[in-house]
Each structure stands twice: as C-alpha cells, then as structure tokens.
Design a protein around this ligand. Structure first.
Ligand code: MN
Ligand code: MN
Length: 468
C-alpha cells in the first residue's frame, strides 16, 4: 500500500504548480526521438550561419516538399503549400486550411538573423605588415567575446552588373579562417582597467585577413593589394564591389553536443535558429490543416526589426491581406482572429550568475518551452503584453498535446530587458505571445540550449497549428 499523502501534500498537489525536469516526464523513447530531431537541427545550424543561408535552405526544403511561390490575388484550394521569398533574407511558409481565412490563421514567427560582425563598406587596409578588414558589429554583442576565436566569412557581393557572388570561407575542413586579435596580458595593464563593455572597443574589432605582401618590381605593395588580386582571380570582384556587399563575420566552429550525457547543444546563432528550425519543421509537417498555418522566418530582429526584411516592414501584412483577398475573405477579419506564436529564445537561469534573475520567474534548461507573457524593460517598455485570455488558450493547447512548458520572464525587473518580434506582430491587431527555447550564453559566439526543450518547441508549434 502506498503511504497516504498528508493533507498538505494533497493540497500542494492540487493547488501548486510544480517545475519538472523534462527527463522526469518523458519516456526514454521520447527523449531519443528528441535527440534524433536535434541531429537535423545541428546540421541546419552548421549549414545556415546567416539569414541568407537560412532563407535559402528553408526555400529549398519548401520547394522539395511541393511549396509554390505565392501569387497575389490567386484563389488556392485547401492544402495548397505556399511560400514567399522576401529578398532572400526572410521567408513566409503557409499551408492553406479548410476553414475560411476569416476565422484567422495560426502563425509562428521566428528570426533567422543572429548577432555578428559585418564588414564595413570600405573594409580593407594595410597596417604593420598585416592585411586587415574593418567591421561594424550587428546586434547586441559583448564585443570582447569576438576576439581570439576562429571566424568565418559568409555573404554576398553584388557587382555593378547585378551579378551576385556568394562567399563562404572558414567552415570547410581545409578553409583558412579569420580572427580579431586581443592584447597579450603582459601588456594589457590599461586594457584590463577598462570596463567589460569596452574591453574590446567597436573600432578594435578588426579582422586579420592576410599577411603576405604583393611584391612588384621588388617593391612591397602590401597585403591588401595581394588580397585584392586574389579576390579578383577567385571571384572577379574589385574593391569597389565591396560597397555593394553583405559580408558577415561569424564563428567558424560547428555546433556540438555538450556534456557527458550530450543533453545540450552548443553552437552559434541559436538565437533564434533554435526556434526557426522547430517552427519550420512543424509547418512542413502540416498536411491539410483545419486553419491556415503560417511560419514566418524573418530577418533584422536583432537590430530592431527594421528594414524591408524585418517584421517592422509590411511584407507579412501584404501577404496576409493579399491571401485573404485572393480567397474572397475579409482581411481585417483574418487579422483580428489570427493567433500567433512569437517563437524566440528566452534567457535560462545560469547557476553561475543567478543574481540577475528572479528565481520564481526564471526559466530553467530542460524544463520545457518558455511561455513569456511580456518582455520589454524598464517597466515592460517596448513589449507586447499578451492578453490573459490568449495565454489561457495557449496553456490549454500545450497541455492537451502533452507539451512540457514553463512560464518565464527575461531577468529581474530592474536588471535590463529586451524585446522580440511580438511587439511588431501585435501591431497587426492579432493575438501574439512569446514561446521559445531557454538558452544560456545568449548572443555569445557559442550559445547553449537543451535538446528536450528544442524537441518540445517542435511539438508546441505542431500542436498550435493543429489546435481546434
Ligand atoms: Mn531572438
Ligand atoms: Mn537576440
């Protein structure tokens, strides 16, 4: 006979929410299924280090699965799979549902851009026998983390005639790599007294790209000219072409399992590809859904959703309105009834730095996807504060599907803060809430996420797309 529970235990069981490690709830088979899913995710991380590479990969997968480019104004049958390629940097995927669009769409939005260093428009110079490139960092980075690590160069150079030259150097087994230098401790007396924010300053993020000069008529013409000659030979580009280029400097290492038990993944760009991949995979798994399912994989979140490929722009609105009109539906009704997940990471409690978190409201790794009612900072500024009604609906969907989830906030009230695309989506007059994977070392070159949480996000998105 099991021992009878005390009245206090019985009350706690019925009244209190208990945080539970995913491994306590999942069977070994479910954990293994999640681990297998994460093998695909790691391959995605290694193939897609920039928003352009992620967009290209997603479009390739979509086409292979029968998705066709959306045509504005066209009438489509339920089950039709559509995609929108926004300038090669943002992607919308949709599967038409059986119900009228006036009953809303089910949408998951994640971003595929990540913090990094961008080459400046006129990056190349010679100094002290080295060939170097100036960079301008993109997104919120701790600049000191980018010195003395192996870096790769990914991106595109568009020549004056419109021809685009793709560049990806540093990730192949025999590729050369690049790096930003740091000062030796022996001579860093002044540098060590700087604050962490200025340990490496923005204008000190200079990339070493070569060291062997061009020798012409026994004269040393410097490494820059030698590099320009190589670029001309290999890519047929000249220095001015770099002005119309998007060249991104990203960590050159691959995603790896972390820990003796391999329960974590370490890798670059997990904010927010750790949500983009499960959201896209869940959408690819939608066959003839009841409600139209949409996945938006967007660019420019890390610098405020600006630009025509960020969700501050109208490209998603254009699609939703155009789709509704094409189907003979009232677009305003579609938007008002739309339900959306802003699938983005949240900070996990770091046991080494617990003081920045309110432990009662901090997410833990391996405790499921984080439901974040609001983000923002300084009193919920710049947040989208999801409505209690919508949150309750999402709770029900997750519980009914057996998805492990937790509620979280982004750190202590006065500690700082941040935002997501939820604020941009809310402007469309739809219901939106943040739901994502908790991560450690967010925005660093090597972020950590737990495999069970990644798998739970896939299941959460699938349940959301299929919910009645
Ligand atoms: Mn993010
Ligand atoms: Mn971010």
């Amino acid at each position: 006979m099991p021992e009878e529970k005390s009245p206090a235990e019985q009350l706690k069981e019925s009244l209190c929410r208990r945080k539970q490690h995913a491994c306590e709830r999942l069977t070994p088979e479910e954990i293994a299924r999640g681990d297998a899913f994460c093998e695909g995710y790691k391959a995605f991380l290694n193939t897609c280090k920039t928003e352009r590479e992620a967009a290209a990969w997603l479009l390739e997968q979509a086409r292979a699965q029968g998705f066709v480019p959306w045509e504005d104004g066209k009438l489509y049958a339920p089950g039709t799979k559509l995609y929108v390629d926004n300038r090669g940097k943002s992607v919308i995927l949709a599967v038409l549902g059986k119900q009228s669009l006036e009953l809303g769409v089910r949408m998951a939005a994640a971003h595929i851009d990540s913090p990094r260093l961008d080459l400046k428009p006129q990056p190349l110079y010679d100094d002290s026998g080295l060939g170097l490139a100036k960079t301008h960092y993109y997104g919120g980075i701790k600049k000191y983390q980018w010195a003395a690590i192996p870096l790769a160069l990914h991106g595109v150079v568009v020549k004056k005639d419109g021809a685009a030259v793709r560049i990806a150097i540093g990730d192949g087994p025999d590729d050369p790599q690049f790096c930003v230098t740091d000062l030796l401790p022996h001579l860093a007396k002044e540098q060590m007294e700087r604050t962490l924010a200025k340990g490496i300053a923005g204008e000190e993020l200079n990339l070493v790209i070569g060291c062997r000069p061009l020798l012409l008529e026994e004269k040393n013409e410097g490494a820059k000219l030698a590099i320009l000659r190589m670029l001309k030979e290999k890519y047929d580009i000249i220095e001015e072409d770099l002005i119309s280029a998007e060249l991104e400097v990203v960590p050159a290492f691959a995603a790896r399992d972390i820990g003796f038990d391999r329960g974590l993944i370490g890798g670059y760009g997990q904010d927010d590809r750790v949500c983009a991949y499960p959201a896209a995979m869940a959408l690819f798994g939608c066959a003839a859904p009841e409600y139209t399912a949409v996945a938006v994989l967007t660019d420019k979140e890390e610098i405020g959703s600006c630009g025509n490929t960020g969700l501050g722009a109208n490209y998603l609105y254009d699609f939703l309105v155009g789709l509704a009109l094409g189907q003979g539906a009232n677009p305003r009704k579609l938007l008002r009834a739309a339900k959306c997940l802003s699938a983005d990471v949240n900070a996990a409690l770091d046991p080494t730095f617990p003081s920045v978190m309110d432990s009662h409201n901090a997410a833990l790794l391996n405790h499921g996807v984080v439901l974040t009612k609001y983000t923002g900072g300084g009193g919920k500024y710049s947040s989208s504060d999801a409505s209690a009604e919508f949150l309750a609906w999402v709770r029900r969907v997750l519980d009914d599907a057996g998805v492990i989830w937790q509620a979280g906030e982004l750190g202590k009230v006065d500690e700082g803060g941040g935002g997501t695309v939820a604020a941009e989506l809310a402007k469309l007059n739809l219901d939106v809430i943040d739901l994502g994977v908790p991560v450690l070392s967010m925005h660093s070159p090597f972020e950590l996420a737990a495999k069970t949480d990644i798998h739970m996000l896939r299941n959460a998105c699938a349940a959301f797309f299929a919910a009645p």
